[in-house]
Design a protein around this ligand. Sequence first.
Ligand SMILES: Cc1ncc(COP(=O)(O)O)c(C=O)c1O
Length: 447
Amino acid sequence: MIDKETLAAWDKRYLWHPFTQMQDWLAEAPVIIACGEGCYLIDVDGNRYIDGVASMWTSVHGHNHPELNTALKTQVDKVAHSTLLGYSNIPAIELAKKLVELTPVGLNKVFYSDNGSTAVEIALKMVYQYWQHRGEPQRKLFVHFDKAYHGDTIGAMSVGGIDSFHATFDSLLFKGLRVSAPETYRSRHTNDSVIKTQWLNAVENVLSTHSGQIAGIILEPLIQGAGGMLLSPRGFLKELSALAKQWKTLLIVDEVMTGFGRTGKMWACEHEAVTPDLLCTAKGLAAGYLPLAATLATDEIYNAFLGEYKDLKTFFHGHTFTGNPLACAVALENIAIFERENLLSRLQPTIEHFKNRLQEFYRLSHVSDVRVCGLAAGIDLMKNPDTHTPYPFEEKVGIRVCKEALTRGALLRPLVNTIVLMPPLQVSISALDALLDIAYASIETVC
Ligand SMILES: Cc1ncc(COP(=O)(O)O)c(C=O)c1O
């Protein structure tokens, strides 16, 4: 067993952490997780933390789950990996069938990859190639949204809308049609339906201006995650889907964060009875255990790629670990637990409790807004909510709140000055209360 001082030294010497200013990281002692238990993570000193962000929004049933562990161990005794390029494997087939049954009717084909960004890349490339096969190669543009986050690969960034992440790479990115929300969007005092209409008008304006040139529209349904836990107005997705149909363009729904029960239904698009042309899923797909993603498409899209070998209509895309049997076996067990435990209906009182208790945060004078969608919440912190004055970026208020939370027993990760709460779905009410109490006290202390 390597002692923790050595581990910390090796971490600083050899690791480069994602989305992390390493100069700051090097100045502090890292929290090194040794194991997990339900919705708790335990570090090398034995400290227990509530996993307040479900290990980057992935954990569904919690850590070290006996049935997920068994599914993984059972599969590893059969085969750990075997390629889908030219061959098939049992868990990949079974999971594809299950995903088609589980997703909105009409999404009948499953293309696997390893993470959310690749699921999005695949959707974009499928749509782009689809229009070539359909004889409309001029349809090349994607409509996407301000504050959107679809991942960090070049294509996924091209349809993103977070300047602090994406602007540096601007000349590498392909040009799309970025639609901003109305000015009034961040104000919780503005009527939802007014915002919805303004926003949809902006989309329709783009669709009509570039009529015949648009390949697809991509969005995070109901809630934009990394952009700051921003909710779209009720009915927006439904009407956007109608607009896509009206203007004969394809709708890609990125359910990487929202899928697998996070919003209270299996898929966010179910809230508005929308069947997209493509759906991307990752994060919760393998319950937070292994990297696995899938892009689901309709028969209409799939059939456009059929042809003679020599016609080169093949979708020339694939990753080495596409359809990895270990990840697919865990994903199958993940879905089986949802079904066996009737998790989605069991979740509803937890969501209700979460929503109610989050209202308490408005008592804190530096909380300017609290948004919640299912078991995902964003709490905005501002220097002066009345004058809408943000905390200066360099004050790192969000980071300081999360550090305070750590000392109180919760692992959090902010989005600048928005505190995100997104525990595993299987969180107990008492652990959820503890998480909310810690978040509240940490904000009160730091602000
Ligand atoms: C909506 C959405 N799409 C795509 C991604 C990218 O997923 P990954 O980090 O697995 O590449 C994320 C990650 O946070 C996400 O929230």
